[in-house]
Design a protein around this ligand. Sequence first.
Ligand code: ASP
Ligand code: MG
Length: 405
Amino acid sequence: MALIVQKFGGTSVANPERIRNVAKRVAKKYDQGDKMVVILSAMAGVTDSLLRLAGEMAETPDRREVDVLLATGEQTTAALLAITLKSMNYPAVSLLGFQAEVVTDCNYSNARIIDIGAHRIRELLDQQNIVVIAGFQGCDAQGNITTLGRGGSDTSAVAIAAALKADMCEIYTDVDGVYTADPNVCRKARKLDKISCEEMLEMASLGAKVLHIRSVEFALKHNVLVYVRSSFSEEEGTMLVNGNHDMERPVVSGITYSKNEARITLKGVPDQPGIAAKIFNAAADANINVDMIIQNTLAGGKTDLTFTVPKTEFKRALEVERKVVEEIGADNVLGDEGIAKVSVTGIGMKSHSGVASKMFSALAVENINIMMISTSEIRISCIIEEKKAELAVRTLHTAFGLDKE
Ligand code: ASP
Ligand code: MG
């Protein structure tokens, strides 16, 4: 007998028919003798439409009340699933975040889980109940309702699985697993039967939007076995594992890309101590996320400094840096929104050399110019022209031997 946490995403509970299917899936497992905890998202589109409604009432809706509102999406699906299971004569009980003792900080709309008490969940499980929990929500120490950030019900599921020391956390979604590349871009992409949490973290932050990134952090930290699979088929999915025990794995596991990138260059920056600090303090003060940075030294005590920011923060970043340019006496500031980042990720890089050269050579063959490069222990990223992003993904996928036959 195992303790299983199952999480169903918005498309999996998008209408009564699909909720009924979820109920059948849960019931089947329960009939096999497993203890079942089910975490739900809101119906697809509901969180968006709630946000729109709030926006109609006020230009900047009060953040506390927005979370009270958003939490109703998951309250609805939790209740509907429990109603369905009970009508099928299964003992089910729904719980909201606070009833499951999901305690968070008080950062509304993007709260972090601090602790999960889970007394009530354990009690209900001991009494043979199927426990259905509203994902995406918790409450702060004062009892205010909070939400965990968009896509946060994955994190609810993994965190609750960790608190309960569940045998497995199954994430049911509308894709059937994690692929070597986005199948919409690369027809030869293959489904991975497993991937390490470390790789998943790198790939999640690079645009593979299968899992909420904090859920993977939880899985890594608390050693939760996470299995991603489709709620629309019986196909095998992708298992998230800790570490790399499998020596046969390829050096590179996946190719990702992101078009949410923009580049800012400060020309003729005085080459003196404290200048870089000024440039990046200004960005940090404006809450702008800087990613890659390169600096070229020119003659005459001046340098050019280039960095990337999310495209969504580009205009703000440009404004902020214009002021800095005046202040520090640099020549001018240039921007470029037409860029993308492509990355190769693989835990095997830790013990293999030649990955970077292979990547650069493959891009060169396709005449793709590399503007910036950054690396981590298990990833190499290149900034290239945006319109070449898809070609780059396919090229690298082939170069690293990831194409399916
Ligand atoms: N319903 C929330 C959202 O749409 C949380 C989730 O689906 O994970 O972001
Ligand atoms: Mg999701």
